[in-house]
Design a protein around this ligand. Structure first.
Ligand code: DGL
Length: 260
């Protein structure tokens, strides 16, 4: 198969990376995509860095066997733990794109109040995020907000309703009273609860995720490596998961195409 016709590999600890895949299909409709979610081992965000590295490299082995031409780590947690090592190993042969909390666009809104970064405990503890925060600390008041337990709910398909509302209210209400400039969704699972979050914030606060920036970077790299697809018709999307059951695959497709 021609290099440019090969699929782009997407990886996440579970179904979260579907939120980034969705944006990639919108921007690059002619590409083929192969997704791998490691729901059997999710959540990653409360594991050790070494465990996440090990699991991420295993997942990338799986995608390599599918003949991918580019790799997107659509998981903030796996990016924090493994992106440097992954680039060391693979960037000579293909683009390796990661994702990080979209702090820059949140600061650029220039609204008064706190910028809340919702993410997994590991993402917020790792050097990658702390270096990013350091760059913006004089421009905005940034509050890291670890959200343990939220990924598990989303993996179970709970994306709206009373349980999600209660979880989010417990996290957010305290800051609501103090004034929120923007909320950054620093975990690729969280865009699926954006509607609930937005309602709790009375649609008054910008909620930003990293998918747009990540896909822009993917497109740039495909052009740079000269492997962007020239196909006019829509490409294929294949979804794989380490959990061998139909429920997780149908949840993945439901999250990808909520109106079907
Ligand atoms: N989607 C992953 C992220 O972006 C969730 C990590 C987890 O499994 O805890 O961080």
């Amino acid at each position: 198969m021609n290099l440019e016709d090969r699929p782009i590999g997407f990886f996440d600890s579970g179904v979260g990376g579907i939120s980034v895949l969705k944006e990639a299909i919108r921007v690059l409709p002619g590409e083929n995509f192969t997704y791998f979610g490691d729901s059997k081992n999710a959540p990653y965000g409360t594991r050790s860095v070494d465990e996440v590295k090990f699991l991420t490299f295993n997942a990338v082995d799986f995608l390599m066997k599918k003949g991918i031409k580019a790799l997107v780590i659509a998981c903030n947690t796996a990016t924090s733990a493994a992106i440097i090592d992954l680039r060391d190993k693979y960037s000579a042969i293909m683009p390796v794109i990661g994702i990080e909390p979209a702090l820059k666009p949140a600061v650029e809104y220039n609204r008064s109040g706190k910028i809340i970064i919702m993410a997994t405990p590991m993402t917020l503890a790792e050097a990658k995020f702390n270096n990013l925060m350091e760059n913006y600390k004089d421009k905005a008041e940034i509050v890291p907000l670890p959200c343990p337990g939220l990924v598990e709910l989303i993996e179970d398909g709970v994306i709206y309703g009373e349980t999600i509302d209660r979880y989010l209210e417990d996290k957010i209400n305290f800051f609501k009273e103090q004034g929120i400039a923007a909320i950054v969704l620093g975990c690729t699972h969280y865009p699926f609860i954006k509607k609930s979050l937005s309602r709790i914030l009375e649609n008054k606060v910008p909620i930003i995720d990293g998918s747009k920036g990540t896909v822009r970077q993917l497109k740039r790299q495909l052009i740079e490596y000269n492997i962007i697809s020239k196909r006019k018709e829509c490409g294929k999307v294949e979804i794989n998961n380490s959990l061998i059951n139909n429920e997780i695959i149908s949840l993945s497709y439901k999250l990808l195409n909520p109106n079907e």
